[in-house]
Design a protein around this ligand. Structure first.
Ligand code: NAP
Length: 248
C-alpha cells in the first residue's frame, strides 16, 4: 500500500514542489491551499499524472474545522496518513514593527503559528504507530528568519517562525514514544511568490549576493530535504532543524 502525505499550502511554491516530488516517489498526496483554486487544481493534476492518488481542499489552516476536514478527507480516501508537511505560511508587507497594525500581526500569528499548531495536533492524534513499524513523520517549515530576525522587514513573521522552532523541540520529544519523528527545515532565500506578498517580488535575487553559494534557492531544493526527512533513510532523525540556506 502506498504511503500517504498531507502538505498544507501545497498549491504553490515549496508546498507544490513537495507534493509533486512526493508523488514522483510513490506517495499519495493531500494538499490544501488558501484561495488559488487554479494553482491547487494544477498540482492535483500533476500528482495524478504521476500515477498517485490526490486530494485537494481549499481551506485556511488557521480554522480548526478546516484543518480537521483535510485530515478526515485524507484518512477517508487513502486509509492512512504517514507524513505531514506543515508548510502553509504567509508574510505581509515589509515594514518596521513600529508601523505594524495589530490585525496584520494577528493574521501572521494565526496562520503561521496557530495553523501549524492545529496541523501538528491533528498529526499527533492520527499518525502514532507501534515502534516495530516504519516511523511516521512531521516536518515543520520554519525559516532562516527565525534566527536572522527580519529586522525592518517582517519581525512578526520571524517571531512566528521562532515559535515553530520551539514547537519542533517539544513535539519531537512528545511524539517519539508514538514512533512519530518531528523535524524542521529553515529555508533561506527561495524563489517563490511569497516575496511579492512583502512587496518585493525580486527579493530572493536582490539579496542573493549575501548568500555564500551566490544564488537564491529553488523550491525543489527545499523539497528534497523535506522528502528525505519523511523517508525511512532518516529513521533515526528527530528534533533536528535543517538549514537550507546556501550558507546564509
Ligand atoms: P508561497 O509561494 O506564497 O505559497 C504558499 C502556499 O501556502 C500557497 O499555496 C497558499 O495558498 C498557501 N497558504 C497561504 N496561507 C494559507 C492558509 N491560511 N491556509 C492554507 N494554505 C495557505 O510560499 P512559499 O515561499 O512556498 O512558502 C512556503 C513556506 O515556506 C512558508 O511557511 C514560508 O514561510 C516558508 N519559507 C519560505 C521561504 C522563501 O524564501 N520562499 C523562506 C523561508 C521559509 P494559495 O495558493 O491559495 O495562495
Amino acid at each position: 500500500m502506498a504511503k500517504a502525505m498531507i502538505v498544507t499550502g501545497g498549491a504553490r511554491g515549496i508546498g507544490r514542489a513537495v507534493a509533486l516530488m512526493a508523488a514522483e516517489r510513490g506517495w499519495d498526496v493531500a494538499i490544501n491551499w488558501h484561495s488559488n483554486d487554479t494553482a491547487g487544481a494544477e498540482v492535483l493534476e500533476g500528482i495524478r499524472a504521476r500515477g498517485r492518488r490526490a486530494i485537494g481542499l481549499r481551506g485556511d489552516v488557521a480554522q480548526e474545522a478546516e484543518v480537521i476536514a483535510l485530515f478526515d478527507a485524507a484518512q477517508r480516501e487513502f486509509g492512512r496518513i504517514d507524513a505531514v508537511v506543515v508548510n502553509a505560511g504567509i508574510l505581509a508587507q515589509t515594514m518596521p514593527l513600529a508601523r505594524m497594525s495589530a490585525a496584520r500581526m494577528q493574521r501572521t500569528i494565526d496562520v503561521n503559528v496557530i495553523g501549524a499548531l492545529l496541523t501538528a495536533r491533528e498529526a499527533a492524534r492520527r499518525l502514532g504507530r507501534p515502534m516495530d513499524q516504519p516511523s511516521a513523520s512531521i516536518v515543520l517549515v520554519s525559516s532562516a528568519a527565525a534566527r536572522l530576525g527580519a529586522a525592518g522587514e517582517y519581525i512578526d513573521y520571524a517571531a512566528s517562525k521562532g515559535a515553530l522552532d520551539s514547537l519542533n523541540i517539544g513535539l519531537s520529544k512528545e511524539l517519539a514514544p508514538q514512533n512519530i519523528r518531528v523535524n524542521a527545515v529553515r529555508p533561506g532565500l527561495i524563489e517563490t511568490e511569497i516575496h511579492a506578498s512583502g512587496g518585493n517580488p525580486d527579493r530572493a535575487q536582490r539579496l542573493s549576493s549575501g548568500v555564500p553559494l551566490g544564488r537564491p534557492g529553488l523550491a525543489e531544493e527545499v523539497a528534497e530535504v523535506i522528502l528525505w526527512l519523511t523517508s525511512e533513510q532518516a529513521s533515526y532523525v528527530t528534533g533536528t532543524n535543517v538549514e537550507v540556506t546556501g550558507g546564509r
